[in-house]
Design a binder for this molecule. Structure first.
Ligand code: SAM
Ligand code: DTB
Ligand code: SF4
Length: 410
């Protein structure tokens, strides 16, 4: 019997034995391996060649690592082990790193089939939400995020633009609604904003106007004070996008002008103000697959769970330190989407930046694995996005519906 990476409760151990024998598994499951600190090895050796503890999917028996944060779950885990798998997933509230790795490392087709089942159980409409992005203040940002064209630390050739007038933003939002978007997300290249900033009243006014259109109103303005968060909520913001972007450990390699903990503090203010949290990350910045799962582990610890999780593939921007990064492997992207879908069943998993480098077939796999939202329109904030015609015909070819806008209250 292999040593499990997360042995869990006594009952869970028994289950693991049972699973092992029923599944006819061979080889050894991996204990936490110090070699994972070696990036090269992590990239090359991680996963399938080392972890051979296959669960018997057809018998729907999956090892259930006990969530480490709360022992009372071991009893629920025990219950869950006998329940149909949907119920088991529902009872497994918090996925820790070991659990996420066990899921992520499933044989590819088992993983995406499982993710599909979780998706269908939680999102019976089979619809994709269209979200339109608008950069309402562009470039000149004080932060040094290595991926970002808007950072003032790099010469990216991007033209700076001051905060757009309310009327301009409102027109764009109206067009977005007419084109089928049910969410409008306004992004500003700021380190953050506080209620004391001179431009804050204009931001609030913009939000009030856009909120009248009946779409979900999302903003991403950088760090927030608790009071700014409260006022944004009162003005009509429904969701705040603030990404963790990567694991806590890898974060300092990407950004030095603020910390991972600063990000978490803003997310706490957003939650306290009653806005939904839209929080995800970027893959393809030189991080390992384990870093991606560590980020997901942090997301899984949020209470309440994030309402939406954008998964961006790095778009290498000229002049930034990450301009030469290679494209992400499509199967790694699909694995991450599937794992996110399973770990956070109710979240919108947004297939976000980087779709211009994905094939139609690659995107189809992402939708199959559970992503159910895209950014829609020729432009993201500053970077290119697939054209609306291409997106419409892709969704049509895949028989995917589009989340309908709510009728406007008269
Ligand atoms: N300044 C705010 C902030 O940092 O939260 C909001 C804007 S920022 C551009 C929003 C998110 O866009 C980032 O957290 C990152 O995940 C994503 N992003 C920015 N540049 C990107 C790029 N080149 N490729 C992929 N995603 C990118
Ligand atoms: C998110 O996670 N991705 C969007 C949205 N949230 C704000 C932004 C993507 C930006 C891509 C690079 C650019 O357009 O400059
Ligand atoms: Fe500024 Fe946001 Fe870009 Fe970082 S990601 S440089 S905070 S706009």
């Amino acid at each position: 019997m292999p040593e499990r990476r997360n042995p869990g409760s006594h009952f869970a151990k028994i289950c693991h034995h049972l699973v092992y024998h029923l599944s006819g598994a061979t080889g050894t499951a991996q204990t936490v391996n110090p070699a994972y600190n070696n990036k090269q090895q992590q990239e090359n050796k991680y996963r399938r060649d080392k972890i051979r503890f296959h669960v018997n999917i057809s018998a729907q028996i999956l090892p259930l690592p006990t969530p480490k944060s709360n022992r009372r779950w071991s009893c629920r885990t025990a219950l869950a082990a006998k329940a149909p798998f949907q119920l088991r997933w529902a009872l497994m509230t918090r996925f820790d790193l070991a659990a996420l790795r066990a899921v992520y490392d499933l044989p590819f087709f088992d993983l995406i089939s499982r993710a599909r089942e979780v998706y269908r159980a939680n999102w019976p409409e089979h619809e994709v939400q269209l979200c339109t992005l608008m950069s309402i203040k562009t470039g000149g940002c004080s932060e040094d995020c290595s991926y970002c064209a808007q950072s003032a630390h790099y010469s990216t050739g991007l033209e700076r633009e001051a905060l757009a007038p309310v009327a301009t933003i409102l027109e764009t939002a109206q067009r977005a609604r007419a084109n089928g978007s049910t969410r409008f997300c306004m992004g500003a290249a700021w380190k953050g904003i506080s209620e004391k900033d001179a431009k804050f009243p204009q931001v609030l006014e913009t939000v009030r106007e856009v909120a009248k259109l009946g779409m979900e109103v999302c903003v991403t303005l950088g760090q927030l004070t608790p009071e700014a968060a409260r006022q944004l909520r009162a003005a009509g913001v429904t969701a705040y996008n603030h990404n963790l972007d990567t694991s806590p450990e890898f974060y300092p390699n990407i950004v030095t002008t603020h910390t991972f903990d600063d990000r978490l503090a803003t997310i706490r203010s957003v939650q306290a103000a009653g806005m939904s949290v839209c929080c995800g990350g970027i893959i393809g910045m030189g991080e390992t697959e384990v870093d991606r799962l560590k980020m997901l582990e942090v997301l899984c610890g949020f209470d309440p769970a994030p309402e939406s999780v954008p998964i961006n593939c790095l778009m290498p921007m000229e002049g930034t330190p990450l301009s030469e990064q290679k494209a992400v492997d499509i199967f790694q992207l699909v694995r991450l989407i599937a794992t996110t879908r399973i770990a956070l069943p109710k979240a919108r998993v947004r297939l976000s930046a980087g779709r211009t480098r994905l094939s139609k077939e690659g995107q189809a796999l992402c939708f199959f694995a559970g992503s159910n939202s895209i950014f829609y329109g020729d432009k993201l904030l500053t970077a290119a996005n697939p054209g609306v015609d291409a997106d419409r015909s892709l969704l049509e070819a895949l028989d995917l519906g589009i989340t309908e806008p709510k009728p406007l209250a008269v």
